[in-house]
Design a protein around this ligand. Sequence first.
Ligand code: MN
Length: 145
Amino acid sequence: MADCRKTLLVVEDNPINMKLIRCVLSLHDYRILEARDAETGIELAHRHRPDLILMDIKLPGMDGLSATAIIRRNPDLSGVPIVAVTSYAMLGDAERAIKAGCTEYMTKPINTRTLVNTVGRLLKTAGLKIGSAPKARVCQLGSAG
Ligand code: MN
């Protein structure tokens, strides 16, 4: 598969939010992988090593923070930007998200411009700035674009 596009993994259980994210990001020619629960998200992350992950916090079953912590244990994924997506009402989530290994967080309802800007910025700096991942690799060959 000769595909040079950046791959984004979106973990989101709400179909309307998923559709919105897909529509907006597709305009920017990203390849998008979708998971509706944490378990699928973890599996896709390990298998495809996306360039960035959007992680909904509230998911059926395992939540997005636990999934983030598990993804971070994979040395190949320790540097991938993970953006926690959390309801604005759950402000305490932000701090917990960073502690769990998320690079930063975004609040719902999703602002499409913020989404595009955040994704673009993090993809640019991926490999240079690793967020709070403790054992981070500086650069991931092949995904640096
Ligand atoms: Mn949710």
